[in-house]
Write a protein that binds this ligand. Structure first.
Ligand code: GLY
Ligand code: MN
Length: 351
């Protein structure tokens, strides 16, 4: 997708890429570790010997340069000088301070211009090929969840539950998790990003599972909350409120709507039910090569949704000392609504 850099290269003499997702998206190289220097006429990809063969296979439009121990900065600096770069776009959100200072030595007189947000923005609208990868990734998650459901029982630990989800995804083609699996129970579900440990699942627990995998580099993300045994009236009220909020958020999603409008629709349902103080995070986020990318569905987001953007819709209610519920689907924005990639019921499951 290096062609997408055309506008940016109208304003810069070169673009310097260092993050795994930018390298994959703009060069095709999936190895993760490398540096790309894209000028108006020439394109270089610098890797060490672990990745040379893969880089040559995957980054067909690039001149691959293998650097040796301690020669990376020198090799890159030489090409920067050859390209006569005066203004260089780089990923300020993705570079360590140490690397930034190191690379700058190769081109000390140039203006280095942070372009992270612009580069991320170029990845917001997905191609059909990317959508296929995202659909498959999400389906792997759904199938893994359905395989794990019958195994959830009193006495199982949260760690066992997390491991089972990850194992079932891997068996179905996952390349790895897209973030640290959340499988938490009981009062711990009041922590939106609580971590699984050796706590055993107990009767009456809410059990929240928020997990995802990678497929062809693309991330999946879904959350379901179930109750172990019979749900109390309060648990039912919390669950149904989140379910309605999720429905309200989804019903707002379509091309032309701002992120904050969808967030507001879901947030209002939770506030009207009296739980307004217990939903602190945003309604959703973009998903692609990164688990969290643009656009955001947050109270601040004025990004206008476009067909082909993929976002999550994941409201929650989290009450300390009691527990919490989150329900999350991943959807692709269409002209008149959305395509739900999470093909799974949201009825309350009492296991
Ligand atoms: N599902 C994890 C997150 O969105 O942060
Ligand atoms: Mn999410």
């Amino acid at each position: 997708m290096v062609g997408k850099l055309k506008d940016l290269l109208g304003k810069m003499d070169g673009v310097f890429l260092t993050s795994p997702h930018s390298l994959r998206y703009f060069t095709g190289f999936s190895g993760g570790e490398g540096v790309a220097l894209i000028g108006k006429t020439e394109k270089f990809l610098f890797v060490d010997s672990r990745y040379t063969e893969a880089a040559k296979n995957e980054a067909k439009n690039f001149t691959v340069i293998e650097f040796g121990s301690g020669t990376r900065t020198k090799e890159i600096g030489r090409r920067m000088t050859d390209l006569n770069i005066k203004r260089l776009g780089y990923e300020e959100a993705e570079l360590t301070v140490a690397d930034y200072h190191g690379f700058q030595k190769g081109l000390p007189d140039a203006e280095w211009v942070g372009c992270s947000r612009e580069l991320t923005g170029l990845r917001m609208v997905k191609t059909e090929e990317e959508l296929q990868a995202l659909r498959t990734a999400e389906q792997i998650g759904v199938d893994a969840f359905l395989a794990v459901l019958p195994q959830i029982r009193v006495g199982m630990t949260e760690n066992e539950l997390a491991a089972e989800l990850e194992y079932q995804m891997r068996k179905r083609g996952s390349e790895g998790t897209s973030f640290e699996t959340i499988a938490i129970s009981g009062k711990k579900t009041s922590m939106p990003h609580g971590r699984p440990d050796d706590k055993k699942l107990e009767p009456g627990d809410f059990v929240t599972m928020d997990f995802g995998c990678r497929y062809r580099g693309y991330c999946s993300d879904m959350t379901r909350t179930v109750v172990l045994g019979k749900a109390s009236e309060e648990q039912k009220k919390i669950y149904e409120t989140v379910k309605h909020a999720q429905g309200a958020g989804l019903s707002a999603i379509r091309a032309g709507v701002m992120g904050k409008e969808a967030d507001g629709m879901a947030r209002a349902v939770i506030a009207d039910a009296g739980y307004g103080n217990y939903f602190g995070h945003s309604l959703g986020h973009g998903v692609g090569l990164q688990i969290h990318e643009l656009p955001n569905l947050s109270p601040m987001s004025e990004t206008v949704l476009q067909p082909g953007m993929v976002v999550t819709c994941e409201p929650g209610i989290y009450i300390p000392d009691l527990g919490g519920v989150r329900i999350e689907d991943m959807v692709c924005v269409t002209q008149n609504g959305y395509e739900n990639l999470t093909l799974l019921s949201k009825e309350l499951l009492e296991l």
